[in-house]
Design a protein around this ligand. Structure first.
Ligand code: BES
Ligand code: MN
Ligand code: MN
Length: 454
């Protein structure tokens, strides 16, 4: 019934997602404010039309949270669905093969900003509710909590969660905002990295100078910044910040062997990324470098003259944005401070250094021997014909740890994205196969979860 219903309604399911994808709900850029609000309204209307008990647009000092619930029977387990309707900026627009907010299908994939992260994945849950209602029964109560600030750090969601514990009471949280290994190897994410994101400013002389008149007499802040950045890691890929690894949870040899059983091919990986060699912390495999080891990366660096031609200038200032991905049990606030202290200590007397932090988030791991992971495994096995592997991913969803701490609830990270979907990049896409298979898998999660909870 479920499969037939999805099959016969797929054109409409895709068209509805297209409508949502046409709304440029970019949360980082105030220019799109009305569109972000419009996306929230769109979801409210769609949930309303499914006959849920209530839908609310919950205002916050930032973008609203769309909350909805359908209580079938107080005795049934309750699943709280989380997702985000905001997207990353689409820049640089010129690298898109079709406009980012005019979705189109090519080779079985939907191309648009947010197609996978997270509109496509979030909307599967709304359609799964429709399918369950129309094709059979709804075996659990459902609540939805959809936010518009995930890509800017979920700042106001934290307060919302703390202030609305009763409203959000549930047995488990269900999230589709992660990846599977590939369509032949379904997987469930059981670990996410945290994030510490810093900005640094290095100032040399009080104004830009003629590089001939002054070059060689005062510090060039760009040169100095590069030297300081170079001192953040050693030649083995270890981060040199004192205390950085103190709280890192080391996995046992057995755990590491287990995680390396997941299908992965470095040769294929290199080819896909167009690199001749990989680079990372010595002594760890690619899967370990992504899943269980922290990293440090410069995300952007600027200063001086970057226009056309050559301008002989010794700049006054240089800047960089530097992020660190964290693993259990590192704490992003502590890491912010360790970074700031160490970075300042690297500065020679010839420059001034300012360090500030952007939003960050905690890493999370979820227990793997739970009822909900068992239900998710059964759902994947039934829908995909193959038992899913448990993986740890490198990305961050900071609210997972917040849900554990504040609501005492674990999350099932049942994402259906692929690496090739290019989230945050130009030409983001989401496979129609994954969209429809995802809807089916979600309905099966409810079925198995309800059965296991009986
Ligand atoms: N959906 C991603 C996170 C993700 C993607 C996790 C793929 C695992 C696999 C999420 O929208 C995201 O982009 N998170 C940000 C962090 C946030 C604090 C801005 C990230 O990971 O950079
Ligand atoms: Mn996301
Ligand atoms: Mn994202």
């Amino acid at each position: 019934m479920v499969k037939e219903y999805i099959e016969s309604n797929k054109a409409r399911f895709i068209e509805e997602l297209f409508e949502l994808l046409r709304i440029p709900s970019v949360s980082t850029d105030k220019k799109f404010k009305d569109d972000v609000l419009k996306a929230a309204d769109f979801l409210k209307d769609k949930l309303n039309s499914l006959g849920v008990d209530k839908v609310e647009i919950c205002e916050t000092p930032g973008y609203p949270i769309v909350f909805a619930e359908k209580i079938v029977d107080e005795k049934l387990p309750t699943v709280l669905v989380y997702g985000h309707y905001d997207v990353q900026p689409a820049d640089p627009y010129e690298l898109w093969d079709s406009p980012p907010f005019e979705p189109e299908v090519r080779n079985g994939k939907i191309y648009a900003r947010g197609a996978c992260d997270d509109k496509g994945q979030m909307y599967m849950h709304i359609k799964a509710l429709e399918v369950m209602q129309e094709a059979g029964e709804l075996p659990c109560n459902i609540k939805f909590m959809l936010e518009g600030e995930e890509e800017v750090g979920s700042e106001h969601l934290a307060d919302f969660v703390k202030d609305n514990k009763d409203k959000l009471s549930a047995d488990v949280i269900l999230i589709s905002d992660t990846d599977i290994i590939d369509n032949d190897n379904p997987s469930i994410t059981v670990g996410l990295r945290g994030l510490s994101y810093m900005q640094v400013e290095v100032t040399g002389p009080n104004r830009d100078l003629h590089s001939g008149m002054y070059g060689g007499t005062v510090a060039n802040p760009i040169n100095t910044l590069c030297e300081m950045i170079a001192a953040l890691k050693d030649d083995k890929g270890r981060i040199m910040i004192p205390g950085f690894y103190d709280k890192v949870l080391e996995l046992s040899q057995e755990e590491r062997e287990e995680m390396n059983k997941a299908p992965h091919d470095d040769e294929k990986y290199k080819k896909e990324l167009g690199v001749k060699a990989l680079e990372g912390e010595d002594g760890y495999t690619t899967l370990e470098r992504i899943g269980i080891r922290p990293t440090l990366d410069v995300n952007g660096i600027w200063g001086g003259y970057t226009g056309e031609g050559a301008k002989t200038v010794l700049p006054s200032k240089a800047y960089a944005k530097i992020s660190m991905r964290l693993v259990p049990n590192q704490n992003h606030k502590e890491i912010d401070k360790l970074f700031a202290d160490y970075f300042k200590s690297l500065a020679p007397e010839s420059v001034e250094v300012k360090v500030s932090s952007h939003h960050g988030g905690q890493p999370a791991v979820v227990p793997t021997n739970s009822t909900e992971i068992e239900a998710a495994k059964q759902a994947f096995t039934e829908a995909w014909g193959k038992e899913p592997v448990l993986t740890r991913e490198g990305g961050s969803i900071p609210i997972v740890e917040l849900f554990q701490k504040e609501l005492k609830l674990e999350s099932v990270l049942m994402g259906f994205g692929l690496g090739e979907d290019a989230i945050h990049s130009p030409n983001e896409s989401y496979g129609i196969y994954n969209y429809l298979k995802g809807i089916e898998t979600i309905t099966l999660f409810y079925k198995h979860y309800a059965a296991l909870k009986k």
